[in-house]
Write a protein that binds this ligand. Structure first.
Ligand code: SF4
Ligand code: SF4
Length: 198
């Protein structure tokens, strides 16, 4: 399999075109977009509720990690991530996560991720490595809150994606979105990605 062809929107021109298409389509359907914005803001609220817990987990694990997951993850912004960022008013990052097959995430900085948490692919928030999970399990209230929030966020993201497809009729520019998710899934399988497929 040619991974060059499978990684979605890794070329900057394709990334900018897809963002332009989403923004354009959302503007074209203002009343439906207003409803979806409400869902996106609910998702933002759920994120804000668990970020302090996740930050605390990272402080206790990532700083001492011998094998940081960000240096080896094959991940990308998918349609749901893009729609969420557009609808929640999150600043759109300059480029897709990977610039090409085999590359390291372009947003890894010397002290961790350079992106605001809301601007990261959802998989980066939802993924908890085994040391983090075992720490979290020792705090049942936080554990439950994270699990429940992730569940609700996932269902909100799916609702937004389905509603967007229904509103726009799945034609024209929307094919860009469908095709990049399909390609992403192929790349995922080809690289044996370890993070959950969200
Ligand atoms: S999330 Fe886990 S695997 Fe990834 S850098 Fe932090 S401690 Fe390491
Ligand atoms: S976007 Fe941030 S959290 Fe996600 S892989 Fe890149 S550096 Fe890590």
């Amino acid at each position: 399999m040619n991974l060059e062809l499978c990684l979605p929107l890794h070329r900057k021109s394709a990334w900018h075109e897809a963002n332009w298409s989403i923004a354009h389509l959302l503007k074209r359907y203002p009343s439906e977009t207003a409803r979806l914005k409400t869902t996106a803001l609910e998702i933002s609220g759920l994120f804000e509720g668990i970020f302090p817990i996740l930050d605390q987990l990272c402080r206790r694990t990532c700083r001492f990690c011998p094998d940081p997951c960000c240096l080896k993850a094959t991940i990308w912004y998918d349609v749901k991530d893009m729609l969420f960022m557009h609808l929640s008013g999150t600043k759109i990052p300059d480029a897709q996560i990977l610039s090409g097959p085999g590359d390291v995430c372009r947003y890894v900085g010397p002290k961790g991720c350079l992106l605001e948490r809301c601007a990261r692919p959802f998989v980066c928030t939802a993924y908890l490595c085994p040391p983090q999970l075992s720490l979290l399990r020792k705090h049942p209230i936080e554990d439950k809150k994270v699990a429940e929030s992730i569940r609700l966020i996932k269902s909100g993201r799916t609702l937004i994606e389905n509603a967007f497809a229904a509103i726009t009729g799945g034609g024209g520019n929307d094919n860009v979105c469908q095709s990049w998710d399909a390609k992403g899934k192929q790349a995922h399988r080809a690289r044996g990605m370890t993070r959950a497929d969200l």
